[in-house]
Design a protein. Sequence first.
Length: 431
Amino acid sequence: MTNQEIFEEACQYIPGGVNSPVRAFKSVGEIPVFAKKGDKAHLFGEDGVEYIDYICSWGPLILGHNHPVVQNAIIEASQLGTSFGLPTKLEVAMAKLIVDSYQGIEMVRMVNSGTEATMSALRVARGFTGRNKIIKFEGNYHGHSDGLLVKTGSGALTFNLPTSPGIPQEIISQTIICKYNDLSSVIAAVEQNKKDIAAIILEPVAANMGIVPATKEFLTGLRTLCDQNGIVLIFDEVITGFRVSYHSCPDYLGVIPDMVCFGKIIGGGLPVGAYGGKKEIMSLVSPQGPVYQAGTLSGNPLAMSVGLAQLSYLNNHPDVYEYINKAANYLENGIKTILSTLSLDYQVHRCQSLLTLFFTNKPITTFEDVQTCNTEMYALFFREMLRQGILIAPSQFEAWFVSAAHSQIDLDNTLNAIKKALVKCHDALVD
Ligand SMILES: *Cc1c(COP(=O)(O)O)cnc(C)c1O
């Protein structure tokens, strides 16, 4: 069956034919690729086409598709049962692994998605401080819970839906939006809402408006501001956790939050999220404390087994990080070399193994900068890549994910395709 045929049927039964908006490929003028199977860095579509995959499930697949360690973990765990509704030793091992890996975090609660993690972390921060308001940043994405779906990134940004119908104004009014990498906007917001701000939540490396790292001054400034005003600093590391380093952003950037949210990599491709923090904050979570949060499938044994297998592998193989960072750097340099000969406006941003090619001449540090990008040019680029069997992010405002399974041949084939695609972009501009 062709993607077109499956998509037409999908659209009859599923809104937009997909279960998450960016999968629709709408903003790049395409229809979705329906995935059939994955093997290492390659994805096979239902249409029989083989792709080199840089979506990699949007981050979880740091070891590539179907890594034997991950595959064996799920086979073994499935033989023991799929869910118990009782605690398991696996959950203890997972919590301990996260605590051991992450500076400043003493307790962890497992949930089922990144959305659930950020939503729950904010509830705990509010319970802890006895305050209502939160600060988030333009272009940062923290999942789709009501209070966080304001000026958000990812699919909402791709489809130009900064906020959504269905969310009461009362809820949105508790969310204050500040400018990413602009400390003065945060200082002003804290000043205007003295003693009413429970938490500041951010992606320490923004990955949902394309890759835009926070500056060192911005992060250390936020840390100081939170300390001075009794505000809980929350790092949303759903993408960056165990990605930028095994020890995540405190190690990579040198700033330690009060709470952290995880997802993606810690589930190894199964639906998982987690939030954690210092003991004095996390002891407020039910049943130890009064802040309620629960989940029938939270800490699911299959998800824990797969997550633990992937994280333990990463812990024992630091060379994985060396490899993926070098591989992404190889792509970055290759792209820059190609573009140096073409008259296209661009910025290449790389943070470790995360990469974005922005089509703009403006250096990017803020959400406003990101919005200067030529999304039509990106769409053309995407389609030319797809035609050559390379799956990159189907949006200007998302990252490309390099995995340990991308071989040197994959990288060279990718650069050859990028060269052809960029020449097409260049020619389109000249015409
Ligand atoms: C993906 C993502 C989320 C949401 O996680 P889901 O598992 O999709 O609910 C939250 N924050 C960040 C930074 C993300 O990239």
